[in-house]
Design a protein around this ligand. Structure first.
Ligand code: FPP
Ligand code: MG
Length: 300
């Protein structure tokens, strides 16, 4: 797998080199590559690494990277994958335009594929953007609606993972429905674990400030479950801390309440449910089972 991911990195770099601009290439190469989960699943499901599988993996990674370049501007994040983000080092304008370049090149390469792949991947990007809009809008006020949160994380995160597993199945002549469902559950588990880690990890472990979601206005599932558990005074107090730079006392009140209310445990249970549902669909693929298990272990 390491070798495959090296090939994807090489392929992506070749795409960017083809643009013929050394400044863009340098910026692209300064970005940490991350785990490349989407490429891993495409290859594991297709069970081959021919030129189509490599191209689709590279396209999906470029789209994902473009979305992160935009997301860091939207979230005002100074760090990405443990390093200063492009918006922190080069400014927001450069980050947005670099994202546009990666995204356009990805779609140029995608245009060489059949309608079904183009249609599935472009639908996923529309969902990504709809999810990101919902994330921004829900962060305006304290959102206590779990259905809106789940719908938002499906669009923002799970949709591209669901699409990656579906295109992996198409490229490998497997049952698309089954693998799309696997991707849906994996994607939901992935984002819920991410939201839990924002609360329970240290800044060093995260490579970005801990508990930044709540400060950014994001009431992820542990906060929503806690809000419903609290009495009226508690609800008002929690809402008063929303989007605020928290003192150590306020942070520890939140952490203790998340533990005592069972909200954190319930969020973990939901992530476990999605991970188990994902695993139940692909029992015959030990590496895909391992991936879903590893993902949960990041959190607990
Ligand atoms: C990270 O979420 C963000 C996403 C998964 C999707 C972002 C999507 C867009 C900006 C729209 C699509 C745009 C293009 C150009 C394809 P997060 O902020 O919860 O996670 P984080 O902690 O990793 O930042
Ligand atoms: Mg973000």
């Amino acid at each position: 797998m390491k070798n495959y991911l090296e090939k994807i990195k090489y392929n992506m770099t070749t795409y960017i080199k083809e643009l013929g601009n050394s400044e863009i290439l340098q910026l692209f190469q300064s970005i940490e590559s991350g785990k490349m989960v989407r490429s891993q699943i495409i290859q594991l499901i297709a069970e081959k690494d021919d030129k189509n599988v490599m191209a689709i993996s590279s396209i999906v990674e470029l789209i994902h990277l473009a979305s992160l370049l935009h997301d860091d501007v939207i979230d005002n994040s100074d760090t990405r994958r443990g390093k200063p983000s492009i918006n922190a080092t080069e400014g927001s304008k450069i980050s947005i335009m670099l994202g546009d370049i990666l995204y356009s090149k990805a779609f140029f390469e995608l245009g060489k594929f059949d309608y079904e792949l183009v249609s599935r991947i472009s639908s996923a990007v529309i969902k990504l953007s709809i999810g990101e809009i919902a994330d921004v809008k829900l962060s305006d006020h304290f959102n206590n609606d779990e259905v809106l949160y789940l719908d938002m994380i499906y669009n923002k995160t799970a949709s591209l993972i669901e699409t990656s597993t579906a295109v992996g199945a198409i490229l490998g002549n497997k049952d698309v429905e089954t693998f799309a469902k696997y991707g849906f559950h994996l994607g939901m588990a992935f984002q819920i674990v991410d939201d839990i880690l924002d609360i329970v990890s240290t800044s060093e472990e995260l490579g970005k400030p801990a508990m930044s979601d709540f400060l950014e206005g994001k009431t992820t599932i542990p906060y929503i479950r806690l809000w419903h558990w609290l009495n009226d005074d508690g609800k008002r107090y929690l809402e008063s801390l929303h989007k605020k730079e928290l003192s150590e006392n306020e942070k520890s009140w939140i952490l203790v309440s998340l533990e005592n209310s069972g909200a954190l445990r319930q969020a973990k249970d939901l992530a476990r449910f999605h991970s188990k549902s994902a695993i139940s669909l692909i029992k015959d693929y030990p590496k895909l089972v391992e991936l879903a298990e590893k993902l949960l272990l990041r959190g607990f």
